[in-house]
Ligand binder design. Structure first.
Ligand code: SF4
Length: 279
């Protein structure tokens, strides 16, 4: 196990943002954590990366991770220092220049000297993204990618996704994606669907894509025209959680019954997955 997460409750300021989150990530696993904004994804990313210490965040439970995670950040523009060449920035992470060059080749650069001698503004968005992936790989074999494709066009995004798939296959890199973008779900791996800070469905990406079970997951996957097999151009709709009901999806749920108002649904194992629903 490279990452064992057992969060009973997490609070941002005094607001509860996560509850009952249990994930066991093994070496070489690929996990995608999806949900709308406000679902708790960013808090979870901060806890996994250890960055939670810099925020008014506290949690009850245990999080054990074998090594510091390599974070691929959301904002590619601000994540590289515009005043320093890539060489200087990567040497701050790893002092072995040969290892840096090898890692840059791994992420698809042929002319590594050009990249090393460039300032960030000399590189395209896709190239900067690959530099950030290289930086994450130099730090760790556990990569946490937090909405990292949001600034990329569709074609660049797919190239980056394919690159990460390849690194997972060849180098047994463990990948954890935090995303609201279903194009990112072009992996074999595990999927965690968050709603209002709780896991509502968890299982294999492929199985859940084929047959989502929780009404919220079904809503997510059915709420857009299926343009192709990968739900291209899919975007999650915004659904407000209503905490005055025991199940916060109650008002939007086509299967809701009286019980859902007053009894919290537990996360139950069903065949090939876990689902948080009474029915
Ligand atoms: S517990 Fe009830 S309201 Fe909540 S998702 Fe299931 S059926 Fe819908």
């Amino acid at each position: 196990m490279v990452c064992n997460i057992n969060i009973e409750e997490a609070y941002y300021d005094d607001k509860k943002v996560l509850e009952d989150i249990r994930l066991n990530v093994k070496k070489g696993d690929v996990w995608a954590i999806v949900g709308e904004s406000g679902a708790g994804k960013t808090t979870l990313a901060r806890i996994i990366s250890g960055m939670w210490r810099f925020y008014p965040l506290r949690f009850e439970g245990e999080v054990s991770i074998d090594e510091d995670t390599g974070l691929i950040p959301q904002n590619i523009t601000d994540s590289l220092d515009p005043l320093f060449k890539i060489r200087e920035q990567l040497l701050e992470i790893e002092s072995d220049l040969d290892k840096i060059k090898e890692t840059l080749r791994k992420v698809g650069f042929e002319d590594v000297e050009y990249v090393l001698d460039s300032y960030p503004h000399n590189l395209s968005g896709g190239m900067r993204q690959r530099v950030l992936i290289a930086a994450a790989l130099l730090k760790s074999k556990i990569i946490l990618a937090d909405e990292f494709t949001s600034a990329l066009d569709s074609m660049t995004k797919m190239k980056v996704v394919n690159l990460l798939k390849e690194l997972n296959r060849t180098d047994n890199i463990t990948l954890i994606f935090i995303t609201h973008d279903v194009e990112m779900l072009a992996f074999d791996g595990k999927l965690v669907v968050l709603f209002d800070g709780k896991i509502v469905e968890m299982g294999s990406i492929e199985e859940i894509k084929l047959a989502p079970t929780h009404p919220y997951t079904r809503f997510l996957f059915g709420s857009v025209p299926k343009i192709d097999m990968h739900y291209k151009d899919f975007r999650f709709s915004e659904i407000e959680a209503k905490r005055e009901y025991a199940c916060p999806f109650y008002l939007n749920c086509p299967k809701a019954e009286e019980k859902c108002k007053t009894e919290q649904p537990p996360l139950k194992e069903r065949n090939d997955r876990f689902v948080r629903c009474h029915f």
